[in-house]
Each structure stands twice: as C-alpha cells, then as structure tokens.
Write a protein of this length. Sequence first.
Length: 220
Amino acid sequence: MSEAVNDAKTFSRNAKGVRELLSMKFETLPFEGEWYDAFANPESRGVWIVWGSSGSGKTTFVLKLCKELCKYGRVLYNSLEEGVSLTMQEAVRRNDMLEVNRRFLLTSETIEELDLRLKRQKSPDFVVIDSLQYTRMSHEDFIKFKDKHCNKLLIFVSHARGKNPNGRVAEKVLYHASLKVYVEGKRAHCLGRFIGPKGYYDIWPEEAEIYYGEDVMNSD
C-alpha cells in the first residue's frame, strides 16, 4: 500500500464530523459541593497548572486537591522542590492525608524517573509535579512528556511572577492547560476552560475573608 494511501486513511480516521464530535463521551471528575462550585466537572486527564506566590496557600490547596482526587483514583505527588522533608511532612499531617494513605503516594523523582514510573501498569491516575521550575524542562520536553502520558492528569505547580506563572516554559504550560488555578490570599481562583458557578475555592475561608474584605462565611 502506498504512503499516500496510508496518509489518506490516517487523515480520515483522525477527522471528526460535528455529529460525531457531539456524540463523543469524555471522562470527567464528578466534583460536588465547593469543588464543583469552583471548577465544575473538568476532564479527568490532560494538563492543569496551579501557581501562586510563597505564602499564598498554594501547597495547602494542592494537598486538598490531591485528597479530593483520591476519591476518583490514585495520586502521585512528586515533590521536587521540598523533597520528602520535615516541611512536607508537616503539610501532609496538617491536611490529614493519612485518611487517603492507600491512594496517595509522595515521592521526589527526576522527570526521567517519573517517566519510567508512569509507563508501568497500574501507575497513578493523577500526577502532581511540584514545581515546574525544578524539573528544568524545556517547552519541547514538556510537549513530549504530556503527549507520552496523555491518559493521565498532569498537574504542574509553578512559582509566580506577579499574577502570572514565572518563566517562559510556565507560560507555555499555561497555554496548554485546560484548568488554570491562580492562588492568592488563601483563595484558589479558577481561570481555565472549566469554571464552576462560584469560580473559586477558599483554602482558609476566614483568612480569605480578611484578605478580600468580604463576608465569605455568610455569602451565597
């Protein structure tokens, strides 16, 4: 069979009509309550990015998110920046992660090691990479990694410069991410393609109330 015929079959297979596209089913995360209010029901695979300045509540938010994701699958937290350290131990204890012990794994691996882990059968469904800057990935490295593990949900945690992710690669990841979460003042703001009715998640409602000068506890 000629190369031209093979190419034609490939294009035909990849092309989708409107009716076919609208009939396709995608696996989503059945978030409820405050998680649904912030993020609706996003797709359960792809790329997300979470960024914020030091002290914003970013790490606590990510651990709370991991705990929620443990309801739907296994979660791997790759702590490149903090490592398996006292700081991370305290954060894990503070967020009662022992409750999801069977579904939550903490590690500190290079991207090459993580790549090998994710190739294994029964590897985790959801992967947090903290932080993007510590991976030393180029944009090309990121594209290859996300394409290779397109059946996973990859959540990149990034440093911030002002209100934006810090660095050229982080800006590229932001472009690719279906869920973009900016953390400031103990509140995680949903800026992505999936936005719930409220559009944000309060990490610590009382502190968010003080920061934003609003009555979070009594608001609708």
